[in-house]
Every structure is written in structure tokens, then in C-alpha cells.
Design a protein around this ligand. Structure first.
Ligand SMILES: [Zn+2]
Length: 153
């Protein structure tokens, strides 16, 4: 099953600069704090705390690893990062589907709320993509949406 994780940015300027760098590069410059249970192929939505808006998305690319320094306790890589255009207001999303991205440092969207959350973010085209994520037939790791397995090429 593909999960959606809401990660927060924009508590300070370095934080959002890191997100901008990642979008320019198409992947994270540094690891991102995320739930321990995040799996490759999961969708990440970034919520900008200072702006109170959802601003970007990406796809979990590696299993999170435990860290001893900096934001944690788990961080992982995100690929395919792009802006959400236009940015979507926190209060609109609460009204649409009840999800509040501003309450925790990160959270995983409940499965039954996932489709409503994506519709509220004007991302309904991702709903079938989430269902299409497939494990590699050779090594059974979830493949990136390119369909090319990181392990098996
Ligand atoms: Zn594979």
C-alpha cells in the first residue's frame, strides 16, 4: 500500500532553501525527516508552516534511516520533487477533508482520507498513480514511478 506523508518545512529560511534546492535538482540535497514507516514509492506532501500552505510534493526513494544528529529520529531521501501549483491553503484542506498539516512535525494520512486529501490539493491525477505503484518482480522492493527498479536497473 502506498501512503501519503505530510512533512513540514518553512520553520526557518534554511529549511525552505533546502526544499527549493531539492526541487531544482529533482531530489533531496539532504535527507528529510520522515516517519520510520515510510516506504519507497510513498507520496510526500510538504506543508509550509510559516505560510500555512501545502507547497510541494515528492516520492519517498529510500527507506528512512535512524539519525543521531539533526532532525529525526528518522530521515530518508525523496525523489521527483515538484511544486504544488497553486499552493493550497491549510484551512481549505481542513474544510474539504479534515486533515490539518499544521499539528505535528510530520504525519501519515489515514488511508480512507487519502483520496479526499489529494482532491483538496488539486492533485486528483495522483490517485490512480498511487494505486499503480508496483513491487519489482525480481527483488520485490517498491519501484519508483519510472518503473525502473533501483536495485535491478
Ligand atoms: Zn528490483
Amino acid at each position: 500500500m502506498v501512503n501519503i506523508h505530510i512533512l513540514q518545512v518553512d520553520r526557518n529560511r534554511a529549511n525552505i532553501a533546502e526544499l527549493e534546492d531539492g526541487i531544482a535538482a529533482g531530489r533531496t540535497v539532504d535527507d528529510w525527516q520522515m516517519p520510520k514507516a515510510a516506504q519507497p514509492g510513498d507520496l510526500v506532501i510538504w506543508y509550509a508552516a510559516g505560510k500555512q500552505k501545502y507547497i510541494a510534493l515528492g516520492w519517498v526513494d529510500t527507506l528512512p534511516t535512524e539519525v543521531r544528529e539533526g532532525p529525526g529520529p528518522y530521515r530518508g531521501q525523496v525523489a521527483g520533487m515538484e511544486w504544488i501549483e497553486p499552493w493550497v491553503d491549510r484551512k481549505k484542506v481542513i474544510t474539504d477533508c479534515g486533515i490539518d498539516g499544521g499539528v505535528e512535525s510530520y504525519q501519515t494520512v489515514e488511508e480512507q482520507s487519502a483520496a479526499g486529501f489529494l482532491k483538496s490539493l488539486n492533485l486528483p491525477h495522483l490517485i490512480p498513480r498511487l494505486r499503480l505503484a508496483q513491487p519489482c518482480p525480481t527483488c520485490h522492493q517498491v519501484m519508483p514511478l519510472t518503473g525502473i527498479c533501483d536495485n535491478c536497473g
